[in-house]
Design a protein around this ligand. Sequence first.
Ligand code: CA
Length: 226
Amino acid sequence: MAGHILIVEDEQKIAALLQAYLEKAGYSASVLNRGDQVLAWIKQSPPDLMLLDIMLPGMDGIDVCREARKFSMVPIIMITAKVEEVDRLIGLEIGADDYICKPFSPREVVARVKAVLRRRRPEPADRKLTAGPLVLDESTYQVEVMGNELDLTPSEFRLLQVFMSQPGRVFSRDELLVRAQGYDCEGYDRTIDSHIKNLRKKIALHLPDREVINTVYGVGYKLSYL
Ligand code: CA
């Protein structure tokens, strides 16, 4: 799990969309619709990051942020519809780490969340898997091929993680399904085939002359690098 995100947003459609995108990116996410519930919530179960809308019932996002800073250093990204607010949000006055203006794309939000978390969290040194030109970082959910970062879905990431944990070992489709899909289960054997196909394509962008994931006919797949 890449981290737990608390979404504070009273527009339920926006909150649900953000939650869906964050979960797709490997985070877990909770939603609160009121500002006056936030402080008690983060005292009880501190999230790894908070997305905080400004216009909220109960207590506005600016007061929430200011009050939260009295006891918590949780990274906070403010969501605002007012561009003129932006200068006040960042830095000492309110204490937010970053801001996003409405309307936003959920992809952009996920990218900001990743960036803020990366900035805040020191990288543990021992969570990298290496196989030939592939480097997979389990703490940041990043994969590099000869220094080029791959843009993987959570399922593709987990698949590669399984392969790289035991390079050369053959994994059956059933095993990959259980180990790579996790709770995020979305289908059958052929889902694995299509994830593998996409994963190969993304790796081949940077390694066009080599097949990194081999098909073992009648059995499954393996990583060819030892
Ligand atoms: Ca609002």
